[in-house]
Design a protein around this ligand. Structure first.
Ligand SMILES: C[S@@+](CC[C@H](N)C(=O)[O-])C[C@H]1O[C@@H](n2cnc3c(N)ncnc32)[C@H](O)[C@@H]1O
Length: 574
């Protein structure tokens, strides 16, 4: 995979802009923008309640939905009072989607009322009829019944599962519109949750244009598929009597369902060799002679839970590598042998693992791990360094875009280049960020909760001849007053938490530490905005005194066609 640096920023996307200019003008919006403050549903994961360690994919149940009252920024009808509106469950509404919000859901407002309605798979500019399915405090959720006029940036989705799969949400939205919506979402969250003044001219310099991803398909180096006893089918296909749901399924979860699996034969987000592995497993695992049963998360019976396919590259030859991890409910290697034999002949295959997960939960991390073929790790290259990654360690899932992300982190760190600085790399995973900076600093301290990731980080330091990096295993949600006593005082802190963001005690520590710079890398702009607010403005209730200035916030699109947004933020000590 060649590393191509993208042209930074949307405003420098001539090809996309040219394409856009050939599209018909958007249909006029009939929606009235509310004149008073409106309620924007914003999901903020609770750091305190977090118990999930996997960086990117924690379940929906881990998030608390907060409704944040916000001022409508582009309000032109200051004196017009919005009409009160109380939708009923089952009521149908004609709506126009204004923008994409949290989890890529379309945000609409009911005409003349400003009342907010969220709809999955509604895209900006689309006019549609929606049926109210859920009522929350100050907004409702609808499901789309019928599109009246399509969204202005419609393109044909290449994947046949795009309209139903829980992975991609916006494949049929022009890529430029996807990144534009993500940039707007970050801006809104930073303004409304982070309480940074959008009217301030300086804010325009702080908020950088999003970095798009050059590679819009096949960019994921890790995909996790689930086994299920029944096939989930969308309503349209259910009506077709010839489609049978009583067939074992292997694929991705239907949107919003932990127990329903959409069978997929190919995923456009993973590499071609990884798709061949998926096809080979699909080809044989249902064969009754093999005796493989999918795990049923209701009856808690069955053997096969998940199939994870990881792609990497050989550190020297750069040839593609593959790792397969079967997550099963018990250890029965003889049952997996026919599959292992079939996959081991793939020229790229370097590792076939078996994680045993006896819990009733849906996680893929096992209590025990066995190597069924090859070695226990796969290699990937980032910023010239080689990283060995084990089955359960976090590694950036888009290695191509991670090159750019890490370059931005380095730029934000503003290293003097004299090797004098101490770096604290919080939520370090396999040590990738810290190790890519190690040769320019005095020492790197990495902190991470997953023991396997810490072992990987230590091995990766050795592998790359780095001797000034120390990795410490610990839970950053449970730090005590003595945190920091086991490493030298850092000059620069890099913090890259998973979606719940940082625990208040960690923020307290950072405010006491007063490092000259904090580079905050976030995969959830809502919790990021909350943490930036605490670091910069403090909180009377939480007895926190903010002492940082937000000098840059750079959204990066790491995951085209999905709602995920990454941001690199720079905070400088006031
Ligand atoms: C978004 S990943 C970032 C990893 C790394 N910085 C990178 O770029 O590859 C977040 C990491 O935080 C770790 N993590 C999650 N919760 C944690 C906690 N409570 N304490 C310490 N580490 C945690 C995860 O295991 C994961 O490796």
């Amino acid at each position: 995979m060649a590393s191509i640096m993208p042209t930074f920023g949307l405003r420098r996307l001539p090809l996309l802009n040219k394409f856009r200019s050939t599209l018909p003008p958007p249909p006029p919006l009939r929606l009235h923008r509310s004149s008073s403050s409106i309620a924007l549903p914003v999901a903020i994961s609770s750091a305190a309640s977090s118990s999930t360690y996997e960086g990117s994919e924690e379940p929906e149940s881990n998030t608390n939905t907060l409704s944040t009252a916000i001022e409508e920024p582009r309000n032109k009808n200051k004196n017009k009072k919005p009409k009160p509106f109380f939708p009923k469950r089952g009521e149908t509404l004609e709506l126009v989607c204004e923008t994409l919000a949290f989890k890529g859901k379309g945000l609409c407002k009911v005409e003349d009322t400003g009342y907010v309605v969220m709809c999955d798979r509604a895209l900006p500019g689309e006019r549609f009829v929606g049926r109210v399915t859920r009522k929350k405090n100050n907004y409702s959720e609808v499901t789309k019944v019928k599109t009246l006029s399509p969204h202005r940036d419609m393109v044909e989705a290449p994947c046949e599962y795009a309209s139903h799969c829980g992975g991609c949400r916006t494949q049929n939205l022009l890529y430029e519109a996807q990144v534009r919506a993500k940039e707007e979402q970050v801006r809104d969250l930073v303004v409304h949750v982070g309480k940074f003044p959008y009217k301030d001219a300086e804010f325009e310099n702080v908020m950088k244009p999003i970095v798009p991803c050059d590679m819009q398909f096949h960019y994921r180096n890790k995909m996790e598929f689930s086994f299920g006893p029944k096939r989930w089918l969308p309503k349209e296909q259910l009506a077709n009597k010839s489609e049978d749901t009583n067939v074992f399924s292997l694929g991705l979860h239907a949107p919003g369902f932990f127990d329903k699996v959409l069978n997929v034969d190919k995923c456009f987000l993973q590499s071609e060799p990884a798709n061949k592995v998926l096809a080979a497993v699909q080809d044989c695992w249902r064969n009754p002679e093999l005796g493989l049963s999918p795990y049923d998360c209701h009856s808690h019976t069955g053997f096969m839970k998940h199939l994870t396919i990881r792609s990497g590259r050989d550190a020297e030859t750069r040839d593609p590598q593959l790792m397969v991890n079967f997550v099963t409910s018990s250890y029965k290697p003889e049952l997996l042998k026919p599959l292992v034999d079939k996959l081991a002949v793939f020229p790229e295959m370097v590792s076939i693992m078996n994680n045993i997960n006896t819990s009733v939960g849906n996680t893929s991390v096992g209590e025990e791990e066995y190597t069924l073929y090859g070695k226990a790790t796969i290699t990937e290259i980032l910023r010239g360094l080689a990283f060995e990654i084990s089955a359960n360690s976090f590694f950036q899932t888009n290695a191509h875009q991670a090159e750019i992300l890490y370059k931005l982190v380095e730029d934000c760190a503003g290293l003097k280049g004299d090797g004098s600085e101490i770096i604290l790399d919080l939520f370090c995973g396999t040590g990738t960020i810290g190790l890519t900076l190690a040769k320019k600093v005095k020492h790197v301290y990495g902190y991470e909760v997953v023991p396997e990731a810490i072992s990987d980080a230590r091995r990766n330091a050795k592998l790359n001849g780095i001797h000034n990096a120390t990795f410490i295993q610990g839970d950053l949600n449970k730090i005590s007053e003595s945190f920091g006593n086991d490493f030298q005082r850092p000059d620069i802190v890099i913090s890259d938490p998973n979606r719940p963001g940082m625990h208040t005690n960690l923020i307290k520590y950072l405010l006491k530490l007063k490092a000259s710079r904090i580079v905050y890398v976030s995969c959830n702009p809502a919790t990021c905005a909350r943490d930036l607010d605490l670091l910069c403005h403090g909180s009377v209730e939480q007895k926190l005194q903010g002492c940082y200035r937000l000098t840059s916030i750079q959204p990066v699109d790491m995951f085209p066609h999905t709602p995920h947004i990454e941001c690199v933020c720079l905070l400088e000590l006031c």
